[in-house]
Design a protein around this ligand. Structure first.
Ligand code: NAP
Length: 305
């Protein structure tokens, strides 16, 4: 609750710097719930810094009213929308077109206004790619291990296949779910680019230097002492570890990677760059490193509360 209050105060300070005029364009977020979102902080900060006549607001949309919300937003001349859980797949049937990565993943988090409706994108994944690149990690050069087979892991698997990772192995507690994702990705790409393994079978992985992308919910605050694999032996193969979780700032997975001598990163930059990619799509202005860093610092301050 304290955290929400803090974010609201930050947002109020920001909004006081935004002059809403007759020309001001509206962007927003639809989801259920939306109270904890940090997207207004990202977009209103960028709007102020870039001098863009835009304001960003959250909209709580009931699960059975997604269609009405999209049509209503278009009728109200809304410039663009972000979409969060649980509506990321439900919005697809209301779009006029969809980017190919988002289509493959089957989830959309950004809507961009076009002549006759909204086009859908998945900036969660373009944002992950950009976050990694900002830390010098190129998926295309990497042997990738994806831990988990939920919604986020599925998207990560499509991103890694799109980026032509050297190899992709999904490890999950429930093997069936990992196999289903591998089958889907392999069907789209017409070759066996993704392998599935049960989590406990990690000892059978070929010995290599891996990029491990932690895509389970294990280790999320307040469970900071948990990681999906606790064996140091596994982490000796992980040269770079990227945890999609950003709260706590340093997860147990990251601690284990570092302890074994690797480099580890959390998911806050992914959150940052999914927002920046959406902002750029809506406003057709590039966001430079200074602006990105300023927003990143604000996000860090708010995560720490
Ligand atoms: P999800 O669909 O609920 O999937 C959860 C995954 O975690 C499944 O693979 C599940 O395995 C695994 N898991 C859960 N508890 C486990 C346990 N005790 N032992 C082993 N595996 C366990 O969640 P999601 O939407 O994919 O999200 C995953 C994480 O990514 C979340 O923490 C979320 O916060 C984070 N995320 C971050 C960003 C960002 O911007 N940084 C964006 C999206 C998501 P089973 O299949 O066996 O149940």
């Amino acid at each position: 609750m304290e955290g929400v209050k803090h974010i609201m105060q930050r947002s109020e300070n920001l909004v006081s710097k935004i002059e809403v005029r007759g020309t001001t364009r509206v962007c927003g977020l639809i989801g259920n719930p939306v109270e904890h979102t940090m997207s207004p902080l990202i977009h209103n900060t960028l709007a102020v810094r870039k001098g863009i006549d835009m304001v960003y607001v959250p909209f709580m949309v009931q699960n059975d009213q997604v269609s009405e919300a999209i049509k209503g937003a278009y009728a109200l001349n809304v410039l663009g929308m972000n979409v969060t859980v649980p509506h990321k797949s439900a919005v697809i049937s209301d779009l006029v077109s969809i980017d190919s990565l988002a289509q493959n993943i089957g989830a959309v988090n950004t809507l961009v206004r076009e002549g006759n409706g909204f086009k859908g994108y998945n900036t969660d994944m373009s944002g992950l790619k950009r976050a990694m690149a900002s830390d010098g990690i190129l998926i295309s050069d990497s042997d990738v291990i994806i831990l988990g087979a939920g919604g986020a892991a599925r998207a990560v698997a499509f991103l890694c296949a799109t980026e032509k990772a050297s190899s992709i192995t999904i490890l999950n507690r429930t093997l069936d779910k990992a196999e289903k994702i591998a089958d889907e990705v392999n069907a789209v790409f017409g070759k066996e680019c993704v392998k599935a393994m049960a989590l406990e079978a990690y000892e059978q992985l070929p010995v290599k230097s891996y990029l491990a992308i932690q895509s389970t919910s294990v280790g999320l605050y307040p469970h900071h002492e948990e990681a999906v694999i606790m064996d140091v032996g596994f982490y000796k193969m992980v040269t770079k570890g990227f945890d999609l979780i950003y709260k706590p700032e340093e997860t147990m997975f990251m601690k284990m990677v570092k302890k074994a001598g690797g480099q580890a990163y959390n998911g806050l930059k992914m959150l940052l760059y999914q927002g920046i990619d959406a902002f750029e799509l809506w406003n057709h202005v590039p966001v430079d490193e200074d602006d990105a860093l300023a927003v990143y610092q604000l996000l860090k301050e708010n995560i720490c509360v």
